[in-house]
Ligand binder design. Structure first.
Ligand SMILES: NC(=O)c1ccc[n+]([C@@H]2O[C@H](COP(=O)([O-])OP(=O)(O)OC[C@H]3O[C@@H](n4cnc5c(N)ncnc54)[C@H](OP(=O)(O)O)[C@@H]3O)[C@@H](O)[C@H]2O)c1
Length: 337
């Protein structure tokens, strides 16, 4: 029988890593359509610390209400413990992974916990060829890269722009990925290569051999020269840093090219129009079917998910401190005993 109490990392207020408390919490109840997962590993993503600090990096009118106590996190890998009578596709004992309920903003069932109740449609079978650490590291970063580059996969309104985001053709195209060593970046590099693009990876110098091993054709160390001065005539820039400086990449693009910032803040729409460059963003959404397709690439070793570091769930605070030091290579993962 499933326990009624579990260990979880919860926050009772916004703040720095010290607000993350490892404590007892109720095991989430299964709702219709859900699967209860015994979590083996948790992937950490930037939205985890945006939630932790009260979304201070977002404009004030975008900050969603957060109910306390809140459990942070969205990415998990684990084993199915129970299945709601109407949930299909999974059975007790299956190994699964997923980005659970994104976008949503804190609640009683989220990733930093021994159990998470997840809509079945947000999960996929864990590929047999990767372990729970790698599987927990993959969902949000992988789905972000997938939905930007391969297939959006839904018709929900886009909160970041009026129009639907559309991926662009990649085969034979010249693609630059900025922030290439990070969670989204290292998977975007590999998906673009898989689609037949020529890929230029931009990161600090310590990541060069890592990115070349993942298939980057060229490498630019942004600490030595500004990437926007080093390249021209690109078809696509995926800027995982985004923000107000992302417009500097407009001059690296061909007329008809595209700039995909992964974080909000772009403000050079006039220049983009003059240059004939499409700028497009989207917000990642949970999608078990896409994760299953991405999982096949992970299983085959076509795409590798890299682990920067691991911490026990009880040390989520230290994991967030590691994240705050930056220069992440791949993903930070929490392990659950
Ligand atoms: N739109 C969405 O739905 C969505 C979804 C997921 C994530 N995001 C956003 O996407 C961004 C990236 O997420 P992530 O998970 O990939 O983050 P991450 O794992 O923390 O990676 C960030 C990477 O950027 C590199 N970097 C830092 N400064 C740089 C600079 N000036 N130039 C080039 N690279 C630099 C860092 O390493 P080095 O400095 O050592 O190279 C690091 O590898 C975050 O802002 C996140 O919020 C958006």
């Amino acid at each position: 029988m499933t326990a009624t109490t579990m260990k979880a990392v919860r926050m009772h207020e916004f703040g720095g890593p010290q607000v993350l408390r490892y404590e007892d919490a109720p095991v989430p109840e299964l709702k219709p359509g859900e699967v209860l997962v015994r979590v083996r590993a948790v992937g950490i993503n930037p939205p985890d610390w945006y939630l932790r600090d009260g979304y201070r990096s977002l404009p004030a009118d975008w900050r969603p209400p957060v109910p306390f106590p809140a459990i942070p996190g969205w990415d998990v890998s684990g084993i199915v413990e129970a299945v709601a009578p109407d949930a299909t596709g999974f059975a007790v004992g299956d190994e699964v992974f997923g980005m659970v309920r994104f976008p949503s903003f804190g609640g009683e069932s989220a990733a930093y916990a021994e159990y998470v109740a997840a809509p079945a449609s947000h999960l996929a079978r864990k590929p047999a060829g990767i372990d729970h650490l790698q599987a927990a590291a993959a969902p949000m970063a992988g789905l972000t890269a997938w939905q930007y580059l391969i297939e959006l996969g839904h018709d929900h309104p886009n909160p970041l722009q009026a129009q639907r985001h559309r991926p662009v053709p990649l085969a034979g195209r010249k693609v630059l990925v900025n922030g290439a060593a990070g969670g989204v970046g290292h998977l975007a590099v590999q998906l673009a290569r898989w689609q037949g693009a020529q890929v230029i990876a931009v990161a600090s110098g310590a990541h060069e051999s890592f990115l070349r091993d993942l298939g980057a054709d060229e490498f630019i160390d942004y600490t030595r020269r500004p990437p926007e001065d080093a390249v021209r005539d690109l078809d696509l820039v995926v800027d995982t840093l985004g923000g107000p400086t992302t417009g500097r990449f407009l001059r690296t693009l061909k007329r008809g090219g595209a700039l995909f910032p992964v974080f909000i803040g772009f403000r050079d729409a006039d220049q983009a129009e003059q240059r004939g460059v499409t700028v497009s963003m989207t917000q990642v959404r949970s999608n078990g079917a896409q994760l299953a397709a991405f999982g096949q690439l992970l299983d085959a070793g076509t795409v590798r998910v890299a682990i920067d570091s691991t911490f026990p769930l009880a040390q989520a605070r230290e994991a967030h401190e590691r994240a705050a030091r930056g220069h992440i290579q791949g993903k930070i993962v929490l392990t659950v005993a």
